[in-house]
Unconditional design. Structure first.
Length: 261
């Protein structure tokens, strides 16, 4: 019965926020079921690498990035066994989900239509920027909102390691790109106040982000706040000079000169 109920529903894997696996709208594996950070990290890595097998040594480096214990093979096997037990529920087995192993490798096997939040964010930000280039703010908003929702959530909270940090940096870049898109969307749809808020948020995350400063200047100007636009420019110019020893790009300077015209 369970197989028939879940059979037509897509699998959704959440790696940001609370890690989990859902079938349709029902959560079938929750974060607490992973029991420890290492198992959660291995599952997240296998989900991100689902298109290929991952060697035992690669996973061991993920789990023990500083120094691998002498019995790392036994430890890794125990982690894999626990993940397999989580994937053995009827809702996932009926969809062909499995964690295969052989020849010194493991691979997470998922249906082709499985949705993974990190993959969705990566695809959606490109779609959002493409839609903006095509002057389609409505489509851009939908895609940018997806990225904003996913990339604004924490990734493997309480965990660390080179791969985890790399993924966090990627999510931060995507979050900033989504904020830039949203700022331009608000400007193009006559909502400059929202553009001010969004560009300001981006500069809180990355104070040196030139595109966000440009959006903030444009947004203040669109609100009729010429003084605010000039202050935004001068703050940014001073920050670059004091912290980085550089000057704003020519495009930013051009926006400032337009304000003075």
């Amino acid at each position: 019965m369970i197989g028939r109920v879940f059979g037509t529903m897509n699998i959704r894997i959440y790696l940001t926020g609370r890690v989990g696996i859902a079938v349709g709208s029902e959560l079938v594996v929750g974060e607490r079921q992973f029991r420890d950070r290492q198992g959660r990290r291995v599952f997240a890595y296998l989900a991100c690498c689902r298109s290929r097998p991952v060697s035992h040594a690669e996973l061991a480096q993920l789990v023990w990035p500083d120094e691998m214990p002498g019995a790392w093979r036994t430890g890794l096997s125990a982690l894999i066994s626990r993940i397999r037990s989580l994937l053995a529920c009827d809702a996932l087995k009926s969809r062909g989900v499995s964690l295969t192993g052989g020849f010194g490798q493991y691979q997470l096997v998922l249906p082709a239509d499985t949705w993974v939040d990190l993959e969705a964010a990566s695809s959606a930000i490109d779609e959002a920027e493409g839609a903006l280039r095509m002057r389609d703010p409505q489509s851009a908003f939908g895609h940018a909102s997806v990225v904003h929702a996913i990339a604004n959530r924490p990734f493997l909270s309480g965990d660390d390691g080179p791969w985890v940090e790399e993924q966090r940096r990627t999510l931060e870049r995507q979050f900033l790109r989504a904020l830039d898109c949203l700022s331009q969307i608000w400007l193009s749809t006559g909502q400059p106040t929202l553009a001010v808020e969004t560009a300001t948020r981006a500069l809180q995350v990355d104070p040196y982000r030139e595109s966000s400063c440009q959006s903030l200047i444009q947004a203040h100007a669109a609100c009729g706040n010429r003084a605010g636009a000039i202050r935004a420019y001068h703050r940014f110019r001073l920050l670059l000079a004091e912290d980085l020893g550089t000057e704003p790009l020519a495009e930013t300077e051009a926006l400032f000169l337009e304000l003075l015209a």
